[in-house]
Design a protein around this ligand. Sequence first.
Ligand SMILES: *Cc1c(COP(=O)(O)O)cnc(C)c1O
Length: 384
Amino acid sequence: MSEHSFATRAIHAGQEPDPRTGAIIPPIYQASTHVQDGIGGFREGYEYNRAGNPTRSSLETQLAALEGGASALSFASGLAAEDALLRGILKPGDHVVLGNDVYGGTYRLLTRVLAPWGIETTTVELGDLDEVRAAIRPETKIVWLETPSNPLLKIVDIAVVAEVAHAAGAVVVVDNTFASPALQQPLALGADLVVHSTTKYLGGHSDVLGGAVVFGDDTHFDAIKFQQFAVGAVSAPLDAWLTTRGIKTLAVRVRQHSENAQAIAEWAESRPEFERVFYPGLASHPGHDIAARQMSGFGGMLSLALAAGPDAAKAFAESTEIFQLAESLGGVESLIGYPPDMTHASVRGTALAVPENVVRLSVGIEDVRDLIADLEQGLARIGS
Ligand SMILES: *Cc1c(COP(=O)(O)O)cnc(C)c1O
């Protein structure tokens, strides 16, 4: 599969027709255990479903192919994947360097779940390499980055940060949820591991929760696979199957998400109600050149700062009709959110806090004329 291009791999990797019946879609193996041919006589290695399930395996094959990885593991959620990764690599006394606007749940996991077990975390501005170098210590095992970031769409040069981290012997992890592998392939840029919330663009239809770790090589596979097996936050067969189905249309969906978001960003830049538009596809975005180099499109996420302040931002988030007020992102339907009270409530008052006048859009693949008309009526309604 690796010789084929992205859209082809997304549809065919791990998706061989059922050899017994020819069913073009492999069945959902909705079973908790597998019969053994004599004690220890496992068919194709399957025994008990916490250890392995054929539907999960086909998703894992597909995920590895999407990122150009050696292998992948799929989990019940993005945070379950992150937790297995962190516990598989770290031990008490180790240290993590974390971008200062990564997903709030990642920060919460490190500082509230893992900190009591002896893991230390320092947040840094990843665009400032001196700050990154200064934060790295002998105990630093992981440098964790997210680009574009959430919700301010900051862009980090993956190759440059990877070089600094590798010089210090740290493992480089990229949360590639926002870009999706359709737009950005961190392993090829020097990352060691990629994590995903497959809940977002990979699943793509707001109907399933999931997460993944994708491995550039075998170094950490056994340790993280052991966490998956020993703790058990695996994806259920139906969830794995729904994610696989979503992934098959990823390339076309992401193209449309990006096209719609670009049009909305350009429209928003022309409106005085917004004092700032955060979208890497705009030439005015400080990370535009890096994004143009390391991504093959700019994605469907954008944030808007309301000139009239926090109350106007909250009112605007409640005034749209097609853009529905909800957490999450990456589905075919457009969503709007007010990060300070919603996705980023857990990081208020920390280094990761978000400006209070910002709304975040997850631009869906509806007709963009309807989307812009919806935002226009929202502005008219709040009279801002
Ligand atoms: C949603 C999200 C996560 C967490 O994933 P869940 O599936 O909700 O556990 C991690 N990183 C990013 C960037 C996310 O958007």
